[in-house]
Design a protein around this ligand. Structure first.
Ligand SMILES: [Zn+2]
Length: 235
């Protein structure tokens, strides 16, 4: 009971101002492994969600404008930032048409080795498709390391390689600055944050943590997200 009251007071003091959604695959195909459902959503469900949030006056904003919205917390509308991790090809073939239809900005976090070496059984984006997306006015390309390792388990040197190799490659490929990042599976430590800072990453995302709230000061290198799947939302 006490815990319930505490939570209630917290919610009153810190109402939600927005959410950062974390998606993975957007597909109609049945996954071979039922656990993989945790990382999938059908295009239909995604479209319904976006329509529902728009109807409720949520504003879909780009990842670049998030820092301003965090500072100016008195905005009339709540916001949603859409992000997709890893670089699945269905983000282009299945999700992009929905984002275009509803004018929803989105950010794709790409893992270099998944693109160059593949990530069976999934179809990943090709380099040329990443270039195509990078030019799209609704899309931002962010980096998601070289090999998708749990960064907090690596040495400083390994972490540096994971972060800089992917960023450099994406910048050459897209001819754009890549200063937005997401931790693979959400793992990071103090060293990770130092390396991100040294390499000019200005915004970085955790894998979970729930909605963004009023009167809470967020570290721009550990912004919480909410995982969106076919089954629902995970915080
Ligand atoms: Zn990932």
């Amino acid at each position: 009971m006490f815990r319930y009251i505490k939570k209630h007071i917290f919610n009153l003091l810190h109402p939600t101002i927005g959410e950062v959604w974390e998606l993975h695959r957007v597909t109609d195909e049945e996954p071979a492994d039922i656990n993989q459902r945790e990382y999938e959503i059908t295009p239909q469900r995604l479209e319904n969600l976006i329509a529902e949030y728009k109807q409720n006056n949520f504003e879909f904003i780009s990842v670049e404008t998030l820092p301003d919205r965090l500072k100016n917390k008195n905005s009339k509308h709540k916001f949603i930032v859409v992000t997709l991790d890893d670089g699945y090809q269905d983000n282009l073939t299945h999700a992009l048409p929905i984002f275009e239809k509803y004018n929803v900005p989105f950010c794709i976090f790409i893992t270099k080795n998944y693109i160059q070496q593949g990530y069976p059984p999934y179809k990943m984006l090709q380099e040329q498709q990443i270039q195509q997306l990078a030019k799209h006015p609704l899309c931002t390309i962010g980096s998601h390391t070289l090999s998708h390792s749990q960064l907090s388990k690596l040495t400083e040197q390994q972490q540096t390689e994971e972060i800089t190799e992917c960023k450099k490659w994406l910048e050459e490929l897209t001819q754009k600055k890549t200063d937005i990042f997401a931790f693979p599976s959400g793992y990071y430590n103090k060293t990770t944050l130092q390396i991100l800072q040294q390499n000019g990453i200005r915004l970085s995302f955790a894998a979970w943590g729930g909605p963004l709230r009023k009167r809470i000061k967020y570290n721009q290198l550990t912004i919480p997200r909410i995982i969106i799947t076919e089954k629902g939302m995970k915080i």
